[in-house]
Write a protein that binds this ligand. Structure first.
Ligand code: GLN
Length: 496
């Protein structure tokens, strides 16, 4: 089964399987599950097999191999790949083939990973269910009538379905952690600036981050190791040495560690009883590992969602202005004559290209963001949100002067049925209640599988740490997984 990168590496070093055999198995499984799960927007069998063949050749020749040698990895379709389309699951970029690789893609290629394809997502990463994709929605492998979460729903569903052991997602307001929680896998959003954004198609530039998704903390640490580091082509990249993340996983002794539980979050209306129970049960596990549990309150957490939903659309409206059919993206060819006449052919081309290329949620964000930034309103909305963001960051600073980590839920509920929220944006935005804080503050956070509810749907817990303390998240996450088996649960559809 392709559920462990470590196992895939061992199989090859023992000579029990070649990279080509593993790549073939992965692609076979992707093809077998694509009809029911729809996790991919693009799969390239030939390319994967030829990369795998290169890895096998290197091994045969005794050449040095990278840390991901022969490991099949899926890449969210918002990351530029020079040999595959990069669509952002939008009609606007349906035919876009980037002339270069995103830095993270370049890095995993250098690590000898085998990229199998691009994964489905909410259009331009705007959403929490993968239902805004122009390529149809992805389904949750635990229950195909439910969403896998979003926006990295394809990236988490392809791991949960057993087709690849690792994938790359992106997280602007929770898009790695929430779908990881919905799909019962482990996902980490790194510190803002830890991983290069070069070649990541921008949604909200001050919030976006690329991160790893896998079953176990060990696998997630392995991929994080490969993608982290300073990038001169990203002006917000942090120039800090990358620690040895895997070395952090040797012990499960949490003595001396203080974990703050966000108890108020558990009492919010709409938080599912099973979600609350999973978080409370995890405190016992952390206590047994030696950690001290302390109640913590983040006083401005009620402003997380409103602040995020001003800042993210504002940045999106600016970033997406480049898609006008002339500079970038889909170009309308048949202009409506009355539009052409009233606006002139150039402006009519812009308007119609954007009308045809973008879906409803993206248009909504552009309109909200344009309004929030416009003269006369910016002080009430955008500038106000920046002030709230500073208060939110201040809450975290105060909390982390008392505790090492924060523990809480990932989402208010487990995976919800397809169609339930897609026509109700406010309900969809409320899915982000517990995740957007980390993005606003730029801190790292991890989602860990924490059991199943009565309907058999995965539950999850979230740990958050101060900036650049990924090691602490991995350390506590590995201790939790050493003491529980939740990350070993698999859906019935697994690799079927
Ligand atoms: N659900 C959030 C949104 O719709 C977060 C998306 C993301 O992290 N890319 O904006």
């Amino acid at each position: 089964m392709l559920d462990s990168a470590q196992e895939v590496l061992r199989l090859q070093s023992r000579g029990d399987a070649t990279a080509v055999e593993i790549a073939r198995a992965a692609i076979d499984m992707i093809e077998a599950t694509q009809g029911s799960i729809n996790a991919f927007t693009h799969v390239d069998r030939e390319l994967a097999l030829s990369t795998a063949e290169t890895v096998d050749q290197k091994r045969r020749n005794g050449e040095p191999l990278g840390p991901l040698a022969g490991v099949p990895v899926a890449v969210k379709d918002v990351l530029c790949t020079r040999d595959m389309p990069t669509t952002c699951s939008s009609n606007m970029l349906r035919n876009f083939r980037p002339p270069y690789d995103a830095t993270v893609v370049e890095k995993i290629r250098q690590a000898d990973a085998v990229i199998v394809g691009k994964t489905n997502m909410d259009e331009f990463a705007m959403g929490a269910s993968t239902e805004t994709s122009a390529f149809g929605n992805t389904r949750n492998p635990w229950d195909v009538s439910r969403t896998p979460g979003g926006s990295s729903g394809g990236a988490t569903a392809c791991v949960a379905a057993g087709t690849v052991p690792l994938s790359l997602g992106t997280d602007t307001g929770g898009s790695i952690r929430q779908p990881s929680g919905f799909c019962g896998v482990t996902g980490l959003k790194p510190t803002y600036g830890r991983v290069s954004r070069y070649g990541l198609v921008a949604f909200a530039s001050s919030l976006d981050q690329v991160g790893p998704i896998g079953w176990s903390v060990q696998d997630v640490a392995l991929l994080l190791q490969c993608i982290s580091g300073y990038e001169p082509r990203d002006s917000t990249s942090l120039n800090h040495e990358v620690p040895d993340y895997q070395a952090a996983l040797q012990s499960s002794d949490l003595r001396g560690m203080k974990i703050g539980i966000l108890r108020e979050a558990l009492d919010i209306d709409g938080v599912d009883a099973a979600v609350r129970q999973a978080v409370l049960a995890s405190t016992e596990v952390f206590r047994d590992a030696g950690a001290e549990i302390i109640d913590i309150n983040l006083p401005h957490s009620k402003y997380w969602v409103p602040t995020y939903y001003v800042i993210a659309p504002s940045e999106a409206s600016s970033n997406l202005s480049r898609y006008d059919g002339a500079h970038y993206g889909h170009r309308a060819t048949q202009l409506a004559p009355e539009k052409s006449e009233s606006l002139g052919p150039l402006v009519a081309t812009y308007c119609q290209s954007r009308a045809e290329g973008f879906g409803a949620e993206v248009k909504r964000r552009i309109m909200v963001g344009t309004y929030a930034l416009s003269e006369g309103y910016a002080d009430q909305y955008y500038n106000q949100a920046l002030k709230a963001r500073r208060l939110i960051k201040g809450d975290y600073d105060a909390a982390f002067s008392q505790v090492d980590l924060l523990l809480g839920p990932v989402s208010p509920t487990p995976a919800f049925p397809l169609g339930e929220k897609v026509d109700d944006p406010v309900q969809m935005y409320l899915c982000d209640l517990f995740t957007v804080g980390a993005n606003l503050a730029g801190i790292p956070a991890i989602s860990l599988p924490a059991g199943k509810d009565e309907a058999g749907l995965p539950l999850a817990i979230q740990l958050q740490a101060p900036a650049l303390e990924e090691t602490r998240l991995l350390f506590a996450g590995a201790a939790y997984q050493a003491m529980t088996d939740f990350h070993k649960l698999r859906p019935d559809t697994f690799a079927s």
